[in-house]
Write a protein of this length. Structure first.
Length: 115
């Protein structure tokens, strides 16, 4: 049974940094891309970043490009999102995602950026 557990969220001031972690278990994660999504109150869930199995050519949404860095540790089934220069518009619930034949989601970790 696939399980994804996010951690690392919190409250930061504008311009601050956070590192999100996603611990994955129960699947062959090293063979697939994994990603981070976020959902702000009243908005739809949106993609933030994707990383393929060998970490080549990560994808970033335009809103986070240059500020966020995604990485993975296949040996330990971990995916990370280093977030820098955080802005209030980055406030959201951040989810880890894994897709093989279906989508799997974690419970999310809250990131709140104060003005």
């Amino acid at each position: 049974q696939v399980q994804l557990v996010e951690s690392g969220g919190g409250l930061v001031q504008t311009g601050g940094s956070l590192r999100l972690s996603c611990a994955a278990s129960g699947g062959s994660f090293s063979d697939y891309a994994m990603g981070w999504y976020r959902q702000a109150p009243g908005k739809e869930r949106e993609i933030v970043s994707l990383i393929d199995w060998n970490a080549d050519n990560p994808y970033y949404s335009d809103s986070v490009k240059g500020r966020f860095t995604i990485s993975r540790d296949n040996a330990n089934n971990m995916v990370y999102l280093q977030m820098s220069n955080l802005q209030p518009e980055d406030t959201a619930l951040y989810y880890c995602n894994f897709y093989d034949s279906k989508d799997y989601w974690g419970q999310g970790t809250q990131v709140t950026v104060a003005f």
